[in-house]
Every structure is written in structure tokens, then in C-alpha cells.
Design a binder for this molecule. Structure first.
Ligand code: AIR
Length: 168
């Protein structure tokens, strides 16, 4: 007898992603990563930079990640921050499906026995041709600051004047 969980996953509905996007897309691999990313949300909010946050796992919902990443630029998203713990494939998979700059945030996880070393190596060791920027373990705030700097290239600085270096 077939079980509901054996049914093929529905194909992602691209209409789900068609609404106009913010400047920054933040992806987290699990609901359990949300709190670790709060500093990024705070930093982007302080700078007046629009963002969205979605929970999408590269391993548990690969087609959802593919659909998001391959449509983000069309929606106006200009930088993607992707955060995950353990075998953190999320930033790399996003970079595989999108030409947008991707900033990876390796996270510690209550389930990780390696304290974030697993995640940072998963993110930083990308093969040639598919780059992903990588901040420190739990470096959510730095990811947001880097996103703001990327957005500031070639024009005005989004979110107003830079904070003093001593605030960083
Ligand atoms: N994760 C989820 N799918 C792929 C990966 N690498 C990560 C999450 C989270 C950790 O696994 O980003 O940090 C544990 O997730 P959960 O949902 O079991 O708490």
C-alpha cells in the first residue's frame, strides 16, 4: 500500500515566486535556524533595506530551493543570504541556480556535533566556477553588512550613510 509520504513531490509552482521581490532574499535551512539570523534582519531593517526570509532546505526541499533561486533575480532580488547548519549545501545550491551574489552563513546547530565546522566547510569549499561568499560561523550580522555593501556598488548606498566603523 502506498503511503502519502511516498507520493511524488508536487512541482514548484512558479507563481508562488512571482510577486515583486525585496532587495535581499534570506534563506534558512530550517525553522530552527531563525533565531541565529535575527541579527541580519535587525541590520537590514536598521539600514532600511528590504528583505524577505524563507525556510527552504537544500536537502528536504531541493525543488523549492531551485524554484526560489532560479526566479529571485526576475523578481528584483539582488543579493541572497543563505544560512544553514550541519551539511550546509543551501548557499551552494542557490549559487548553482542563480547568478546573484550569494552570501553563506554557516550556523551552529543543536544537532551538530562539530560546532559549525561542518557547515563552514560545506559552504566555503565550493568548486571552481560556482563561488559563494562565506562569513564566520553564526556571522548573520556580517552577512547583512556585506549584502549592503554589494547593493551599494555602482550607485548610492542603500539605507543611508554608513555606520561608524566602531559600531561594526
Ligand atoms: N539543514 C536542513 N536541511 C539541510 C541542512 N543542512 C540544517 C538546518 C539546521 C540543521 O540542519 O539548516 O541548521 C538542523 O535542522 P532541523 O530542522 O533538524 O532542526
Amino acid at each position: 500500500m502506498s503511503r502519502p509520504e511516498d507520493a511524488p513531490l508536487p512541482l514548484p509552482v512558479l507563481e508562488d515566486f512571482e510577486e515583486a521581490g525585496p532587495l535581499v532574499g534570506i534563506l534558512i535551512g530550517s525553522e530552527s535556524d531563525r533565531e541565529a539570523m535575527d541579527p541580519a534582519l535587525e541590520e537590514l531593517s536598521d539600514r532600511g533595506i528590504s528583505f524577505e526570509l524563507k525556510v527552504l532546505s537544500a536537502h528536504r526541499d531541493p525543488r523549492g530551493v531551485a524554484a526560489y533561486a532560479s526566479t529571485a533575480a526576475l523578481r528584483g532580488v539582488r543579493v541572497i543570504i543563505a544560512a544553514a547548519g550541519m551539511a550546509a549545501a543551501l548557499p551552494g545550491v542557490v549559487a548553482a541556480y542563480s547568478d546573484l551574489p550569494v552570501i553563506g552563513v554557516p550556523l551552529t546547530s543543536s544537532k551538530s556535533t562539530l560546532g559549525g565546522l561542518d557547515a563552514i566547510l560545506s559552504i566555503v569549499q565550493m568548486p571552481p566556477g560556482v563561488p559563494v561568499a562565506c562569513v564566520s560561523v553564526n556571522g548573520a550580522r556580517n552577512a547583512a553588512i556585506l549584502a549592503a555593501k554589494i547593493l551599494g556598488q555602482g550607485g548610492g548606498y542603500p539605507g543611508g550613510p554608513r555606520k561608524a566603523t566602531t559600531d561594526l
